[in-house]
Write a protein that binds this ligand. Structure first.
Ligand code: PHE
Length: 345
């Protein structure tokens, strides 16, 4: 191959040269311009060139060398843009920073906390459908046919399906559990429920409940009270007190409403506790014998207790959120406070 052809070949090679690492740049330099490099060899060969070509080939050879040097600089420059380890950039072995990840919704966090406490004392978790039939949501639970809870004002009915509605409580799940299993039964039913309420700071047409059921021999009201006391102290702290007020539910007898110390004002009185120092957190009672019988459990042998609470309410007392609507507006500034921050209890 003539010197002229060899120069042309190397010119093309320079054009194609690429390097991704410092080692590749160095390999390029050595192979072209090093003591044994291709261009260096051409300068040796140039000594044999005849006088008539010397001038022209000498110029081309010099240009080739300059081009090779320029190419080398360019390859080095390309490397500069890749990240370099420098002392002022901190520890290069630390894990890569990830973008912001999503987090659990505050209601999910609180529901998990509630369920965990009951799991810890032997309760299983049961779930059921949100579209429920009259039997599971009302009849089996001893709601008389004319009970106001069945009224159009409280219940969302499924159009054209007389028997179906959105469940108004997760007591419906407890009916399903009692129908399909034998005592002893210890279960909590977390889930969404629906009531036809005007949406305001204090009420929503969709909210979440955790209801609990314990059926066995000799289940007493004292056990109910002890269980709820344990729950409230575990979630809110050992100084929290509960009190029970007589109440009425079709499916429990006796029935009670449970109050706890107001966490928002510490008992001094505020708008949330209506200046009483106590806030209502759930309903409870001993399962009415009629309900046990409706579900195939012999009330002469077994007794049970049941309770039901609203998760939003518990969350409000844990997080001091003044307005229920904030939970469902999907405002990231609100939601991030829970996803990133520590859980307050
Ligand atoms: N199901 C009732 C409600 O939704 C709560 C409740 C459950 C009350 C169990 C007593 C016993 O309001």
């Amino acid at each position: 191959m003539s010197l002229r052809e060899r120069i042309a070949e190397l010119e093309a090679e320079l054009e194609r040269a690429e390097a991704r690492t410092a080692e590749e740049v160095e390999r390029f330099r050595v192979s072209m311009l090093g003591r044994n490099g291709a261009i260096t060899h051409l300068f040796d060969a140039f000594r044999q060139v005849g006088a008539e070509e010397k001038r022209e080939l000498g110029q081309r050879l010099n240009r080739l060398k300059r081009d090779a040097q320029a190419r080398l600089e360019k390859l080095r420059g390309g490397l500069d843009r890749t990240p370099q380890v420098r002392n002022d950039r901190g520890d290069p072995t630390r894990p890569a920073a990830t973008g912001r990840l999503g987090g659990l919704h505050p209601i999910t966090l609180v529901r998990q906390r509630i369920v965990d406490i009951f799991s810890g004392i032997g309760f299983s978790v049961s779930q059921g459908p949100e579209i429920e039939d009259d039997h599971h949501n009302f009849s089996a639970l001893n709601f008389p046919p004319d009970h106001p809870a069945r009224d159009m004002q409280d219940t969302f009915f499924v159009a054209d399906a007389k028997d179906l509605s959105l469940r108004t409580h997760t007591s419906s799940v407890q009916v399903r559990v009692m129908e399909s299993s034998k005592p002893p039964i210890r279960t909590v039913s977390p889930g969404r429920v629906y009531r036809n309420e005007a949406i305001s700071a204090r009420a929503h047409a969709m909210f979440h409940q955790v209801e609990g059921l314990y059926v066995d021999k000799d289940v007493s009201f004292a056990e109910l009270k002890g269980t709820l006391d344990h729950f409230v102290r575990t979630l809110f702290g050992p100084d929290m007190r509960i009190r029970l007020r007589p109440s009425y539910f079709p499916f429990t007898e006796p029935s009670a409403e449970v109050d706890m110390n107001c966490t928002l004002c510490g008992g001094d009185g505020c708008a949330v506790c209506k200046h009483s120092g106590w806030v209502e957190i759930m309903g409870c009672g001993l399962v009415d014998p009629t309900v046990l019988a409706n579900c195939g459990i012999d009330p002469k042998i077994h007794t049970g207790f049941a309770f039901g609470m609203g998760v939003e309410r518990i969350a409000q007392l844990l997080y001091r959120v003044p307005d229920l609507r904030l939970y469902w507006e999907n405002d990231l500034r609100f939601l991030r406070q829970f996803a990133d921050g520590p859980f307050r209890s």
